[in-house]
Design a protein around this ligand. Sequence first.
Ligand code: NDP
Length: 332
Amino acid sequence: TSVFVSGATGFIAQQTISLLISKGYNVVGSVRSAAKGEKLQKLHGSKFQYEVVPVLEKQGAFDEALKKHPEVTVFLHTASPVTQSVEDNEKDILIPAIDGTKFVLESIQKTAPQIKRVVYTSSIVAVVPLSKISDPSFVASEDVFNPTTYEEGKANPHAAYFASKSLAEKAAWEFVKTNKPNFTLSTINPVYVLGPQAKDEEAKGDLNITAEVINAVYKLKKDDKIPETGGSFVDVRDVAKAHVLAFEKDEAQGKRLITYTERFNSQLILNIIRKNFPDLRERLPEGNPEDIGARTTATIDNSKSKEILGDDSISIEESVKAAVQQFIRVNA
Ligand code: NDP
């Protein structure tokens, strides 16, 4: 089987591609430039091919790439802006996410009717509204949709991200309902995705926003303040696994799958690093090791997803250990 992965350079996409290849799948990944494609080609080897699709938000953007690969029967749409530094919330976040998703599905229906499974990488922010993300009385489950509007999304990059993911996911379900394509849709709705890069080469320099969370703690100096980051965690390798199970398992068709393991904050990450890497203790601050309780986030009930995906997930401790071991390897 051959699987198309949009946004192949991404943190989640690369772990997904690595898992797919290890399971014997062939992968076609889309990237925004040939230079990015060549780099991935070297990292992932001969079972990986790339196609350049420079812009998401263009009707027919994926037509050419799909026509070249009639062997593809599964499409994983992971490409979407994950950034806070933009000039224009609409142009840089909302439009590529929402129109990009609609156009991709249109391209698949028109030019690749052999594709039977589509998985869209949505987010917990398509479930929980921005105003409830730190409210433990709000229960997030597979049946809940963030009602945020496009207008609200224009306010700032944070609101724009919440709106971009919710409205793109809704557009995807609407597309399937209205157009009755040959494919079934599943969505993966991850919380904060942390953990190691698929390839050590990618663990140098600037990392994707959420992969940077552990790196930011790892890089702290004795007198630095502990970052205030915290929330709900899932390891990137579990998110990759969910993408694969979403198209492999019949019972995942038509479902939203929330991936969530446990809560975390930067102090907990620091405690884990100090405990497991004694050599780093001298350089790192200690913070307040007890300060791991006040992690207020919406309550997550993903029991329906776990029935499909299984209940064995990677803990925050294992995730931090793997990421820090990788930072130590690449910085040696
Ligand atoms: P990355 O930033 O690592 O990956 C984003 C991918 O999307 C990259 O391949 C990037 O390409 C591509 N992309 C971004 N903007 C555009 C655009 N305007 N046009 C075309 N391609 C674009 O982030 P993640 O791996 O974390 O994110 C992957 C998906 O997972 C996203 O849909 C995100 O919303 C979702 N997600 C992530 C979570 C997290 O905690 N990380 C949580 C929940 C959902 P390039 O490399 O060229 O910039």
